[in-house]
Ligand binder design. Structure first.
Ligand code: TEU
Ligand code: CA
Length: 539
């Protein structure tokens, strides 16, 4: 019997399908491309894939604007290809998590095309419609994350509709029970297809404040950008009312009840609220809501050991029943290899250490395609830019294309990604970091990644143990993972110069060979970690 709790401590490899592997030369990655790379994914030693959206879409937000929830966009293939993907992944014991974008649809979705026509059609109340204020302006001060007001005027109805993201992504009205049921039916369609779970996009955005109250202003010193620049006016408000309403919890319970009918399936919620650590705890509590919350807290610029420890401890303290999911990179933020680089230089040893650190935190982890290769953020010229978010805020914020460029597989034109012209150029520096080359090199980050993951699997304390930090000074971070009477001490040097730690203990076993890429040495009680080194020992 398969383990229904497979997701606890799982390593989840995130695939951005447009940029993974193209098989038909149109320059866009596709589902057959993912199938063709399943052996590679297996060799990484990961448990699951999370695939960003591949549903029918006008692609204004590259698939996060869905016009048919039950079909594959022809760019990516068809439903038969998807069935094959599930079958081939499962043959290799790889679980498949797919994205579900429930809070909004595309403006080309049939529900919206009907809804916008009049105030009394069958779908009139399926989206969030509101009258203009007396002077004709928007109903309130809510903003779109991607720029401008969150309200778009619709002349057919002479009303505004709400969109938290692009104008082409109208928000569904979850106060309408028909909407909730229709959304759940779409989710069930994929459960019946045999998926193992969902990453629930922007799941705290389903409900808005029914009274449409204005969001309060946020003082300058409180503004911070997680994935968006602090000069985006979105950062100038507290988003108390346009998302994270208490009603969300009821809907999440409905999702969980549905998943419970399909044992072994999992819900990983993307939560980006004002206080996302507290919200994550709330959204994953009680055993009747999300299985896992996806934390944004390590997608920030701060990599100090102080910050990482505080973040993890705060979440642990809040989250008693829930299970966290950590990530350093995804398709929305600058890749960690450059975001946390010193002097702008991607450093292979740092990336090896970060892989080990992420893989040692308590929780599940998402590793984004290319993280195993130490890919840094690509520079994308304005003329090549695809992301509308980047186009709006250029050059202060360059958008998300820099983390979305194609995977480099081989050292050749277009890096083995496509026979045609890629939708975003392959980044020249990435070509030299290609998979084929790294496979040959015993010291590569790719091999360090697979070796670490293979070793991690043999250590239940790392997969499911508790976490307890010890006092350290910058730049060292150290904690115990404990499980069933076994205790592994995990130490990391976050800086580009050697550092020491006084341990006053004698390990029963040091893991040196297993993680040979991270050489450290213990003399007496003094542990010396080389630049970006790490060290593991059984104590
Ligand atoms: O992102 C939603 C989201 O809230 C994050 O982008 C977050 O707001 C941002 O990083 C700042 O905190 C999801 C998808 O990941 C993104 O690609 C889509 O564009 C967006 O939803 C709309 O569907
Ligand atoms: Ca293709």
């Amino acid at each position: 019997m398969a383990n229904p709790l497979w997701w606890k401590g799982a390593v989840i490899y995130q695939i951005y399908p447009r940029s993974f592997q193209d098989t038909n030369g149109d320059g866009i990655g596709d589902i057959p491309g993912i199938v063709s790379r399943l052996d590679y994914i297996k060799s990484l030693g990961v448990d699951a894939v999370w695939i960003s959206p591949f549903f029918k879409s006008p692609m204004k937000d590259f698939g996060y604007d869905i016009s048919d929830y039950r079909d594959i966009d022809p760019i990516f293939g068809n439903l038969d290809d998807f069935d094959e993907l599930i079958e081939e992944a499962h043959k290799r014991d790889i679980k498949v998590i797919i994205d579900q974008v429930l809070s909004h649809t595309s403006d080309q979705h049939p529900w919206f095309l009907e809804s916008r026509e009049s105030k009394n059609n069958d779908y009139a109340d399926w989206y969030v419609w509101a009258d203009a204020r007396e002077d004709g302006t928007q109903p309130n001060n809510w903003l779109s994350l991607f720029g401008g007001p969150a309200w778009q005027w619709e002349p057919r109805r002479e009303q505004y509709y709400l969109h938290n993201f692009l104008t082409e992504q109208p928000d569904l009205n979850f106060y309408n029970p028909k909407v909730r049921q229709a959304v759940l039916d779409n989710v069930e369609f994929w459960l019946k297809k045999g998926v193992d779970g969902f990453r629930l996009d922007a799941i705290n955005f389903c409900y808005h404040d029914a009274q449409l109250r204005d969001n309060p202003a946020k003082p300058k010193e409180k503004r911070q950008g997680r994935g968006f620049s602090t000069d985006n006016p979105y950062a100038f408000q507290y988003h108390y009312y346009n998302n994270t309403q208490p009603e969300n919890l009821d809907f999440i319970r409905d999702i969980r009840a549905l998943l419970n009918k399909y044992p072994g399936t999992v819900a990983l919620g993307e939560i980006s609220s004002e206080d996302s650590l507290a919200t994550m705890a709330e959204y994953t509590s009680g055993g009747d809501k999300l299985h896992m919350g996806y934390s944004f807290e390590l997608l920030t610029d701060d990599y100090s050991s102080r910050y990482i420890r505080k973040t993890v401890e705060t979440l642990e303290a809040n989250m008693r029943e829930g299970w966290p999911c950590w990530a350093f990179s995804n398709h929305d933020v600058e890749r960690v290899a450059s975001r946390w680089a010193r002097n702008g230089q991607v450093n292979a040893n740092q990336v090896k250490m970060l892989t080990a650190l992420l893989g040692s935190l308590r929780g599940s982890v998402c590793m984004y395609q290319g993280e195993e290769l130490a890919l840094g953020e690509a520079e994308v010229a304005f003329n090549d830019l695809q992301d509308p978010y980047g186009v709006t805020f250029w050059p202060n914020f360059k958008g998300r294309d820099g983390c979305r460029t194609p995977m480099p597989w081989r050292d050749e034109e277009n890096a083995g990604f496509s026979e045609g012209k890629p939708w975003l150029p392959v980044y020249a520096e990435h070509r030299a970091q290609n998979v084929a080359k790294q496979k040959q090199d015993p010291e590569s980050t790719l091999n360090a990644f697979s070796e670490f993951m293979a070793w991690r699997r043999t250590q239940p304390a790392l997969v499911e143990g508790s976490i307890r930090f010890i006092e350290t000074d910058e730049p060292v971070l150290a904690f115990y993972r404990e499980h069933d009477g076994e205790s592994i001490l995990c130490c990391f040097n976050l800086a580009d110069a050697p550092a020491t730690l006084d341990l006053t203990l004698q390990p029963t076993h040091q893991f040196a060979d297993e993680i040979s890429h991270h050489n450290a040495s213990l003399q007496g009680s003094i542990l010396t970690l080389p630049a970006f080194g790490c060290w593991f020992a059984m104590v």
